[in-house]
Every structure is written in structure tokens, then in C-alpha cells.
Design a protein around this ligand. Structure first.
Ligand code: FES
Ligand SMILES: [Fe+2]
Length: 458
């Protein structure tokens, strides 16, 4: 009998290693992003950050986004261009190109490409040559916002308006751009946005407390789909003192954006609807690498005592350092953060090998939602083509701490936390027709009502 044929049944007891050696394949539908893949085409329907403004000085910048090799540049008349990296003539890389008064000139034979892909000059051709007018070089619409360069890499006729989030201009907010790379698939980086329990363990590990002590408390978790198809929130409600209940909502905005609260929040003082601390895009470089671009929102309202060091926010630097790699492998082993945990889920996390529990409901819901979009069942999660109208996207990311005394019965108090989380979500959802300060005032009033009602006891 051949050696392989001697194994007749899968063991059911301990020591299952032998039977579980083979790792199932990743889910290509949700994780693969190359040209022509379902998810790649979906992500290309949105404006995506592709590099930082500081990358574009007097030299072009080679970038790779969703498996496409590109080059970004700022010409001397301040036009931003994002072009296919390989020259249309004989294919050398435009990263060696010469930034010109208008456009980018290839180093090899001098062809000159405008930001929209128009070929402006082919100096080696005779003066009457029509070659340069007979085709265009590959180019994507690009723009600069707040220290980041964005590109739209989808079909031209479906280009949406540039997304504006409602937290950008509240309370004298300054936004500082940053970039962090993760050598792993984009989906596992964004799954982390809807994973509330890891904060309690990973960031408050035995090695150190990376967040405040309040994150150690076990939260009551909810997951809510936000109105208008903007995504899904995870809401965590914790009792921080006998008097106070703290609710945090983070918003995973479709398809790859996270609007997140401050890691320095303690929930130890009354607060109503404190808004976003960071906006983050997790952009696939390719199937096995991701670059996170984002803005840290700096204002006295969200984290009045953090004294954020703006010098510590930028390229491979954020002031919540669990998001960047530890300086050495050993340091990562001793005190891992998000970067270590996410990149170690394999280059592409294998969903078929997971065993999801009750706190993974958000991860499941978000994956289901993405699959529905790809199957054509959620047209509301596709951005509408541009019509020039400014429609700020209402985001739900917030912290609220209400004065709601502890109920004597433990189970009753736990149920109360659930009720507080639900009521806070309802209060914010009810303000969906409002903008800016009007929305803030409306939500604050509703939250005060929730506190008055639930804080006065059963
Ligand atoms: S390869 Fe670029 S101009 Fe010839
Ligand atoms: Fe985290």
C-alpha cells in the first residue's frame, strides 16, 4: 500500500496539525485588486490617495497602485500628473523623466507627456510627423488636497465628485497628512476598522498600554449600517465609573476608508459628540501590499491634552505608534501593535481558515456588504458620477460620555450599556438631514435627552 493511502480518516482528537497542514486559498473576490478583478474595479470607482505632496518636488515619483506601475509628478506650472510609468515610445520608466514647464519629458528620446496623457513633443520625429497626435499616453485625473495627491483610476465617464467628509472643517481643525505601508492585503487592514475587541487586548496588552486604561474595559458592541450607504460603524459602550458611560463610534466608510476616534480618549469626563481624530485610506499597492494615507485631525476639541507633536506625523510616522512597525523584530514580538498583528495574518488573510466569533460580526457584515456590491445588489454603495454638487459625507465617528449611574444589578447595567449605544446611534442617525454646526447642535440636544432619560434610573 502506498504511504499516502495508509491515511484513511481525518482525526478528531488532539494534535490536529497533520490534518490542517494545507492552507486554503484566499478569497480572490474580496482581496484581489488588479485590473479587471471585481474588487479592483470597485475600488477604482473612488478617488484614492496615491502619494504625499512632499513626494513631488523637482523629481517624479514612481508609485504602484492596485498593481499598476505609475509615475506621479508636479510640473513647473504646478500641474499634478499621474501617468502610466512606462513610456509609450519604447517603454523606459518615466521615473527618470525630466519635469518640464508643462508635463514630464522621457529621459530616453525626449517624448513629452502632459498631465492628461497628451503627447506634446516627439523631438526625434520629423517636423511633419503626426505620430504624437495619433494616440495618448495612459493618464489618470489627479488632484492635491491637504498634503496628499489623489487620483481617479476608473472609467472617465463614471468619475465621481471628490469626496468631502463632514469632519474636515470643524472647530479650527488642521489636518496633517501621513503615510504608512503594510506588507499585506488591503482588506485585512480595513477589517481592523470594524474590529472593536482588539483595542481591549492588542493595545492594552500585557507588555504595555498603547491606548488609555479605559480601553481595557470590556465594551458592549454594536454594528450599525450608516444611512445613505456610506458604510458601517462599530460602536463600543463602556462603563468607566459608577457615574459615567462612554460610547465610541468608529466609521468604516465604503470602500476603504476609516474615520476613527482619538486613542487618548478616556471617557472620564462628560462629553457630547466629540468628532474624528484621523481619516485613513487603505490603498492597495498590489494584492500583498497596502499603503495607508490619511489625515490626522488636530484640534482642541477632540484631544485637548494630547499636545500632538506635528513633527511626529508624516511619512511612516503617526502619533499613535501601534500603526507603524516596531523598530526591530524583537521589539515587535515583545510589544506588537496593529502593524505587527495585521501583517502577520499572512500576506493575504485566508478567510476559509478563520473561526469567527460574536465580536467579528462587524467584519462579517462589512465583507458581506462588499460582496453584495460586487454582485450588483448594492447600487447605493457606488459613488454617483460627478455633478459638481458638494455633498459632504456625514460620518459617525465620535465619542460621547454621559452621566448615567450604574444600575445595582450587573446584568441590568450591562443591558443599559446596550441601550445607551443604540440610543446614541439613533440620535446621530436622526440628524442625517443636517450639516456642520446644525448637525452638531441637534445631536448634542438629543444626547442630552438620552442622558436625562437613562440617567435618572429605571
Ligand atoms: S522610451 Fe521614452 S522617449 Fe523613447
Ligand atoms: Fe488598533
Amino acid at each position: 500500500m502506498a504511504v499516502q493511502d495508509q491515511i484513511t480518516s481525518v482525526g478528531a482528537g488532539a494534535y490536529q496539525g497533520y490534518f490542517k497542514r494545507d492552507v486554503p486559498r484566499e478569497d480572490p473576490e474580496l482581496t484581489h485588486v488588479g485590473s479587471g478583478t471585481a474588487m479592483g474595479e470597485y475600488l477604482r470607482r473612488f478617488w484614492q490617495p496615491v502619494c504625499m505632496s512632499e513626494d513631488l518636488a523637482d523629481l517624479p515619483k514612481a508609485i504602484r497602485i492596485m498593481g499598476e506601475d505609475l509615475v506621479a509628478f508636479r510640473d513647473k506650472s504646478d500641474q499634478i500628473g499621474v501617468l502610466h510609468r512606462h513610456c509609450s515610445h519604447r517603454g523606459t520608466s518615466l521615473e527618470y523623466g525630466i519635469v518640464s514647464e508643462r508635463g514630464l519629458r522621457c529621459c530616453y528620446h525626449g517624448w513629452l507627456f502632459d498631465a492628461d496623457g497628451t503627447i506634446l513633443d516627439t523631438p526625434g520625429e520629423p517636423p511633419n510627423s503626426k505620430l504624437k497626435d495619433s494616440f495618448r499616453h495612459g493618464a489618470y485625473p489627479a488632484r492635491e488636497e491637504g498634503g496628499l495627491i489623489f487620483a481617479y483610476m476608473g472609467p472617465t465617464e463614471l468619475q465621481p465628485d471628490f469626496p468631502v467628509f463632514d469632519g474636515y472643517d470643524l472647530w479650527d481643525t488642521r489636518m496633517k497628512s501621513f503615510e504608512v505601508t503594510f506588507p499585506c492585503n488591503w482588506l485585512q487592514v480595513t477589517d481592523n476598522y470594524v474590529d472593536p475587541i482588539h483595542s481591549m487586548f492588542l493595545h492594552s496588552s500585557y507588555a504595555s498600554t498603547q491606548l488609555t486604561e479605559s480601553f481595557l474595559l470590556r465594551p458592549y458592541c454594536h454594528f450599525f449600517e450608516t444611512p445613505g450607504g456610506s458604510g458601517i460603524t462599530h460602536s463600543t459602550t463602556r462603563r468607566t465609573t459608577g457615574e459615567l458611560v462612554w460610547n465610541r463610534m468608529n466609521h468604516a466608510v465604503t470602500p476603504n476608508i476609516g474615520e476613527l476616534g482619538s486613542p487618548w480618549e478616556e471617557g472620564l469626563e462628560p462629553a457630547l459628540f466629540r468628532r474624528v481624530y484621523a481619516t485613513r485610506w487603505s490603498v492597495p499597492i498590489d494584492d500583498m501590499n497596502t499603503v495607508m494615507f490619511g489625515w490626522r485631525h488636530l484640534n482642541d476639541f477632540v484631544d485637548p491634552w494630547s499636545k500632538a507633536d506635528e513633527g511626529g506625523i508624516g511619512k511612516n510616522m503617526v502619533d499613535f505608534d501601534a500603526q507603524v512597525a516596531r523598530p526591530t523584530y524583537e521589539a515587535g514580538q515583545r510589544d506588537p501593535g496593529d502593524w505587527e498583528a495585521l501583517t502577520a495574518q499572512r500576506p493575504i488573510a485566508v478567510h476559509a481558515a478563520e473561526n469567527l466569533g460574536s465580536t467579528d460580526v462587524g467584519v462579517q457584515a462589512r465583507r458581506r456588504m462588499l460582496r453584495q456590491v460586487l454582485n450588483g445588489e448594492r447600487g447605493d454603495l457606488l459613488p454617483p458620477p460627478a455633478d459638481g454638487e458638494s455633498r459632504p459625507i456625514r460620518t459617525f465617528s465620535q465619542d460621547t460620555t454621559l452621566r448615567i449611574p450604574r444600575r445595582p444589578d450587573r446584568n441590568e447595567d450591562w443591558a443599559l450599556l446596550g441601550e445607551v449605544g443604540r440610543r446614541i446611534n439613533d440620535a446621530i442617525a436622526a440628524a442625517d438631514h443636517l450639516r456642520g454646526e446644525d448637525r452638531q447642535i441637534f445631536v448634542e440636544r438629543r444626547l442630552a435627552e438620552v442622558e436625562a432619560e437613562l440617567g435618572s434610573g429605571p
